[in-house]
Design a protein around this ligand. Structure first.
Ligand SMILES: [Mg+2]
Ligand SMILES: [Zn+2]
Length: 174
């Protein structure tokens, strides 16, 4: 039975942004929109006794492509609409060599320890190989959300789904 769900943010909770035909993250609150799929999924799982977390790489902060204020505005949207136990961001880039930037499991490990979560009751849902690697390194189950922009062949994940409802049975147990 799943009691803790970690979500990647961009592409799972909110829509990605297509910029010059590249798939990227929103850089301003104007570009930030929550996915319908997530809204419906959330409404089903939030009634259960399940802790929800967000762990998100936001390297555009380090790259000076987005400022903290815009990220805070997006965070305000999440906190006003949803009840996440905690939302963590890694604002670093590869060169910073931090321990939190996915595919490293730093953010997941931190939350697992802080909230004393059982790993076998925890899943991480993401749309990138970095999410899957991070989840695997943290020792929890991984769910790859397959989207038109991200078919990543050869990924080792516990589940591959094309919408969040395909894993609802893991959470509700039916
Ligand atoms: Mg993502
Ligand atoms: Zn970091």
């Amino acid at each position: 039975m799943i009691k803790n769900i970690f979500f990647d943010r961009d592409g799972v909770i909110n829509n990605v942004v297509i910029r010059d035909s590249r798939v990227e993250s929103p850089r301003s609150i104007k570009e930030f929109s929550v996915k319908e799929d997530f809204l419906k999924f959330y409404d089903q799982v939030q009634q259960k006794d399940i802790k929800l977390f967000v762990v998100s790489n936001q390297p555009d902060i380090s790259r000076n492509l987005m400022n903290n204020h815009e990220l805070e505005l997006m965070n305000d949207v999440l906190n006003s609409r949803f009840n996440f136990a905690e939302i963590l961001y890694c604002k670093h880039d590869d060169k910073d060599n931090c321990t939190c930037r996915k595919p490293k499991p730093g953010m997941l490990n931190h939350l697992i320890q802080k909230y004393k979560l059982k790993k076998h009751e925890s899943i991480f849902i993401g749309d990138s190989w970095k999410d899957m690697e991070a989840g695997k390194s943290a020792g929890i189950k991984t769910v790859f959300l397959s989207q038109p922009y991200n078919s990543e062949l050869g990924l080792k994940t516990d589940y591959v789904v094309s919408n969040l409802f395909e894993i609802i049975h893991l959470i509700t147990g039916v």
